[in-house]
Design a protein around this ligand. Sequence first.
Ligand SMILES: [Mg+2]
Length: 359
Amino acid sequence: MKITDVKSYNLRYPLIEPFANARGWTKTRTAVVVEIRTDAGITGWGEGISVPSTSAIETYLIGHSPFETERIWEALRGNIGASSGVDIALWDIMGKALDMPIYQLLGGAFRLKIPAYASGLFKKEKQDITQALMDEAKGYVDAGFPAVKMKIGFGDAYDVKNVAAVRRAIGDNTLFAVDANCGYDVGTAIDVGQQLADYGLFWYEEPITTDDVAGYREIRHALKVRVAGGEMLQGRWAFRDLLQQRGVDIVQPDVSIAGGFTECRKIAAMASANYVRVLPHMWGSSIRLAATLHWQATLPDAPQALKPIPSLLEFDMTENGLRTELAKQPIHAVDGYVNVPQAPGLGIDINRDVLEKYA
Ligand SMILES: [Mg+2]
């Protein structure tokens, strides 16, 4: 089987209601989707964050076998944002060719139903943001989610007031993570973390920029909470120091940013060797969500235990037609769990009308 055609789509979905994290307002959701066709009539789909160049496509993809994932990844490694999408599409093709879901090709699933955390609770232009956050959080608990994640990083007054309110709304039995999206420096991150110590946080995500491994170590040693990060890092080299120096308790590679399945397996192996937990980041279209489910299914519990710390899927609760409309089979959370797709490859079919609508 040979690759015959590679096409990229820049998708754009304008939000009805903008929202903010610590770094800025989001008014549009985007996705870079790649479609790879073969002479066997099999088409694969991937999602990255940048488009592969015409010369890379002509030199390293057209005419080559879609099974050569390692060789193709190395050829494209100068643009990991693009190689991520290409790699996911190649695994989709391999799965379809072998009539197997990707999680089987990756070595088999440890779980086919993944417990999910509701990822939302952004800042919005609401008159009473605290009440709005409480209502939103309560809705997630009522829908059966075992965990929620809230955006912080807006200053200690906002963070402490609203974390306290959301903890009251969700009760003591729901796992609760916070995410500052690199909005703080080390001193502020420690100060805010100390003020949040009474609210039983499960993890404190991206308190500072992930480049600052020494800063992460300071924060980890100053606080009792688990520290998480790594969602924007690309390639195994970017993760190396963070893992070897134990900058985080939880590392969060994103399959569409860090380098696709081929590279994320290596990052997970490096995390395992350094006793760092892997909980993938997920913020994208139906393609990235399906890819994340397949990869996360294959991550073993660490440590193995009678009652392991759950491998929680990031389930984006915000409005995004690219996630809810692009696949013909929408991926839902039911009672706080999301099923791993069972059809060959990624296990989803792309709705071409939706693809054209948002391209
Ligand atoms: Mg995050």
